[in-house]
Design a protein around this ligand. Structure first.
Ligand SMILES: CC(C)(COP(=O)(O)OP(=O)(O)OC[C@H]1O[C@@H](n2cnc3c(N)ncnc32)[C@H](O)[C@@H]1OP(=O)(O)O)[C@@H](O)C(=O)NCCC(=O)NCCS
Length: 342
């Protein structure tokens, strides 16, 4: 089976190919969600021996990702009728991220996954990303082989960490008040100030990797009220920011406040800033009445990881980061960054 991207294409015998890869359309969204959940449900059942009640613990990936990056979202469709696979991708400025990718269990090992990945590769090329990454399962030979074919190399693990919030902890703001910095919420900025806010956020990510820009993550969270972006400030200086998802229709699992991306400005990196930021997220968690805070940390950011361990965070599971492109080991172990590439 061969696939073509966004055009009908004929096979050598002049027939329509059985499976075609095309971009996601609005009407596909709930089917795409089903394909992801069904496929990951099957995969996790094989791995764990029991089927999880919800493949992603209530986290959602499809609707807002498609609104945020419609050109990066693909489906594989059989006979122009049945969606059998999907791959979502996003360009964070110069960094292209692939995933999730899923092909229905009965359709696997027929090259559909590769055709979907090829489509995301074209999307990355169109966007001139200089570095691409994917998060995958460290124990799977198939996943290693599959991404290797596209040039991705295995790097370090990402630890998905969490901490249960203590309901009897001191009221919000008391912990924060002890810190030297103030926390503001992006959603509370005047509309006219938001653009400047995004530029300040970009200044931080650009200092981490040239061209890295997560503005669209901040904007989609704001636009769809998926959570909020916390701005850590000293006077008029932005010291750091955190894109936080609240449970509901975001990437946060049930009952969990989830940090999608957090960074402290490399020029102002101090462990106390990260600690204060984590406390601010926990304060928000208390305020919202969630039970847990979940933070991802790539283990090359060893100082950030060590700080989270000291703050009482435990690893729930780990995933392997694979990367390719310019400066593929750009991460500085002393940078205070929490970034989830799922
Ligand atoms: C991962 C996934 C998307 C791949 O899709 P797929 O359509 O099965 O993949 P393809 O058929 O295009 O390619 C798989 C390749 O891996 C190879 N492969 C399979 N098992 C392998 C193994 N144990 N060791 C080495 N290579 C292996 C296949 O031979 C094939 O390569 P080939 O075409 O050169 O023979 C699919 O298996 C899936 O949905 N899995 C569950 C969800 C998931 O894990 N998603 C990815 C998360 S990062």
């Amino acid at each position: 089976m061969r696939a073509t991207v966004d055009r009908a294409g004929l096979d050598p015998q002049g027939r329509l190919p059985k499976v075609q890869v095309r971009r996601v359309r609005k009407g596909d969204l709930s089917r795409v969600k089903d394909v992801l959940e069904q496929t990951f449900g099957d995969f996790l059942e094989r791995q764990l021996g029991t089927r999880p009640r919800q493949a992603f613990g209530g986290a959602q990936y499809v609707h807002h990702r498609w609104l945020m990056e419609p050109w990066g979202c693909f489906v594989a469709e059989e006979d122009n009728a049945k969606i059998v696979g999907t791959a979502l991708a996003v360009a964070w400025g110069s960094v292209g991220l692939l995933g999730p990718v899923a092909v229905l269990t009965n359709y696997q090992n027929q090259t559909i996954g590769q055709q979907l990945i090829r489509a995301t590769q074209e999307f990355f090329d169109e966007n001139k990303t200089t570095l691409q990454g994917v998060m995958t399962y460290p124990t799977s030979p198939k996943h290693l082989a599959l991404y290797h074919k596209f040039g991705y190399r295995p790097k370090a693990l990402t630890a998905l960490m969490s901490r249960v919030l203590d309901r009897n902890a001191p009221r919000p703001a008391t912990k924060l008040a002890r810190g030297p910095l103030a926390v503001r919420r992006f959603s509370q900025l005047e509309e006219t100030k938001k653009k400047a806010g995004l530029a300040r956020v970009h200044r931080i990510t650009n200092a981490l990797y040239r061209g890295l820009d997560v503005a669209k993550e901040v904007e989609i969270v704001d636009g769809l009220a998926l959570g909020d972006t916390l701005l850590l400030e000293r006077g008029r200086d932005l010291v750091g920011f955190a894109v936080v998802h609240t449970p509901g229709v975001s990437e946060a699992p049930f009952g969990t406040l989830y940090v999608k991306y957090m960074a402290v400005d490399p020029a102002q990196k101090r462990v106390e800033h990260l600690e204060q930021f984590v406390a601010a997220v926990e304060d928000l968690g208390h305020e919202l009445g969630v039970q847990r805070v979940a933070l991802p940390v790539y283990l090359r950011y060893w100082l950030a990881y060590s700080t989270l361990v000291r703050c009482g965070y435990q690893v729930d599971f780990t995933m392997l980061r694979m990367q390719k492109g310019k400066q593929e080991d750009y991460e500085d172990p002393t940078h205070l960054v929490l970034d989830d590439w799922r």
